[in-house]
Ligand binder design. Structure first.
Ligand code: HEM
Ligand code: HEM
Length: 179
């Protein structure tokens, strides 16, 4: 495993980046339209989709988190140092939120007592975590959804700023078809 920085993102990193971005659109749409269910009753299709997509996103984020350290990407030399640090911090925060959100979501789901079915065949066990933990995780999941949206907004504005105002090569590193 090499730790020498490469000059741009690998095809796998680029694929995972845009896949996660697309899945997150579905994930928010599902989250905002969750079908409420009574304790103990089976969860509906939107809840099941939300749970399955959320765990898929967590796995992809974990993959990127590990790969960032085993195959680092060199910062572009023409980028101001504060921008490099801000980008690094935002990327890490984005990836961490993509792990925190599903963990908090799973604990919330366990507590809601609905039999969530993951990927069409694995049922989340029915159990009630301690009341305090369940409440904390539900709050975390709700506030986390807003924090994550804010981070994504910041990240996208920064990417567009680099592309259209600064005109440096940042965006190109994450595009699938580079010239
Ligand atoms: C990156 C992953 C995830 C994102 C971005 C996300 C996002 C959201 C959003 C935006 C809501 C609506 C919040 C509101 O306005 O009340 C929500 C609700 C919810 N999500 Fe997620 N979610 C994720 C993962 C998961 C996972 C993996 C599960 C369960 C296995 C889950 C279970 C729930 C539940 C049970 C609710 C309803 C919460 C409540 O009753 O207040 N989420 N999620
Ligand atoms: C229109 C939407 C988006 C655009 C234009 C965009 C653009 C970019 C660009 C240009 C980079 C490379 C930065 C560099 O060279 O260092 C990047 C990296 C990254 N982006 Fe995005 N992005 C978008 C959406 C998202 C979303 C929704 C997430 C996750 C919530 C995300 C997470 C990341 C992460 C974690 C990295 C660091 C690379 C890695 O470790 O995989 N991006 N993005």
């Amino acid at each position: 495993m090499s730790t020498a920085p490469t000059q741009s993102y690998s095809p796998a990193a680029i694929f995972v980046h845009w896949l996660v971005a697309a899945l997150l659109v579905l994930q928010y749409l599902a989250g905002w339209n969750l079908d409420g269910h009574d304790a103990g009753a089976p969860a509906g299709p939107i809840s099941n989709l939300h749970a399955s997509l959320g765990l898929t996103i967590a796995a992809l984020a974990l993959y990127r988190l590990v790969r960032r350290f085993t195959r680092p990407v060199a910062q572009l030399p023409n980028i101001a140092r504060w921008q490099q640090q801000a980008a690094e911090a935002t990327h890490l925060a984005l990836l961490l939120m993509l792990i925190v959100m599903p963990v908090a979501g799973v604990v919330t789901a366990l507590n809601e007592g609905g039999a969530f079915v993951l990927f069409g065949f694995v049922s989340l066990p029915l159990m009630t975590p301690s009341e305090g933990l369940a409440d904390l995780m539900e709050e975390t999941h709700e506030i986390g959804a807003t924090i994550l949206l804010g981070l994504i907004g910041l990240h996208v504005v920064a990417a567009l700023y680099h592309q259209f105002i600064l005109g440096d090569g940042v965006m190109k590193r994450m595009l699938p078809f580079r010239r």
